[in-house]
Design a protein around this ligand. Sequence first.
Ligand SMILES: [Cu+2]
Length: 449
Amino acid sequence: MSNGKVPASMERRFPWSKRTEAERKTAKPKPTPTPTPKPKSTTAKPTPKPRRSATPTLVPTPTPTPTLAPIPLPDPDDDHAGVPNHRFRSQVDFSSEQLDLDNPGTEFLQTPQTAVVLDFFSRDLAFDDGKKIEIWSFQTEASGRSLPGPTLRPKEGEIFHATFTPGKGAHTIHWHGMEPDPRNDGVGHTSFEIGNTYTYQWQAEPGRPGDPNYGAAGTYFYHCHVNTVLHAQMGMFGALVVDPVVHPSCPVSPGARRAFVDGPEYDIESETILVPYSVDPRWHEMNHAAGLSGEDVGLNRFEPKHFYLLGGQLSNRGDTDDRAWSLSSISANVVSGARKPTLLRIVNANYLPNRMYFTDAAGHPARIAEIIAHDGRPFRDTSIPGVPAPTCSAAGYPLLTSVLAFGAAERYDVMLMPRASGRYELRVEWEDWITGATLAVRTVPIIVT
Ligand SMILES: [Cu+2]
């Protein structure tokens, strides 16, 4: 473009390229898009310098220029020719050729910073209403057999390993919302189901203060992805919490943690998880592969009879062997007290829409819930493209609410912000997904001190 003109086709795709010559001269140089760094060593790398600046400057969002080097064509007679370490040239080859591989090795295996060994179990677990229900789920040597499966907690930047040995048929672990590479994503139909043992490997991306496009810290949901609706209903799920890197511009007070790199500090001790769940007893009589061969076993009808609030304080799960971990009350810190506020992580393991109401002791709506993230992504003020995006709270409008409505596998991270000590309540309603009728209600007290 030596004549300084922008081709019409480029203008359509990149409207900002229509800027005048004068604007172009004063504009900041475009940052070169940097690909996500591949893990080269086992040491967590520090995050890059923050891009937040005192005076917001309009910098166009960098546009990726296609500079992909051609991939050498493999020699059809040699699986490895030209493509080191890869048998498969494309996702299609990968998925269509691996369905029978049930005991594959982990490609590019590295030394992990966090590693967990998970086994399958099947057992009748006791619930807080006295019912005993057959549950299939995950356990570690330390966790015992309980529901949800053990809470897994890697940190951004770390190499994470989960070595899983299923039982009673093949299973997987899907890291819902993390999006590792297909081989480590645990979706059986696009990679493989595990018949023997497999080590999932992935690295959670480090966050950058003010940048909505980076950072994996947050609340996730892991679950089996074989005959998925049945196996998840049977209990093959747990919470995955990714903790952020500590960035020099966002230090952390003693006894506190941040929900994401520049997220608010919360009190570690009172951090609580809430996992709504419901049980259709008919489903718990089915076998591992029910419905997989095209027969109609009625997995389109979910008619729950039991409704549960699983979870509790993450720092204090204690011994929950042989029973469901049940949330009977929430302890929260009063805002402006000596301790940081309480973070409530909500993971919806329920197949029906849920509504949650925060109220005072008399049942009146209480706007004490500040939602800071949804599905592992922080809420930020992204209203001005190209400038640092602060959290909504830092931008002056905390997202305070008294009600949340959401469905299966959704997660909300909520800071509890009561201004006075005393008793509040959290009322959870399960809704019929067609009629909207309320099927069940459970209420837990929130004790604020
Ligand atoms: Cu399974």
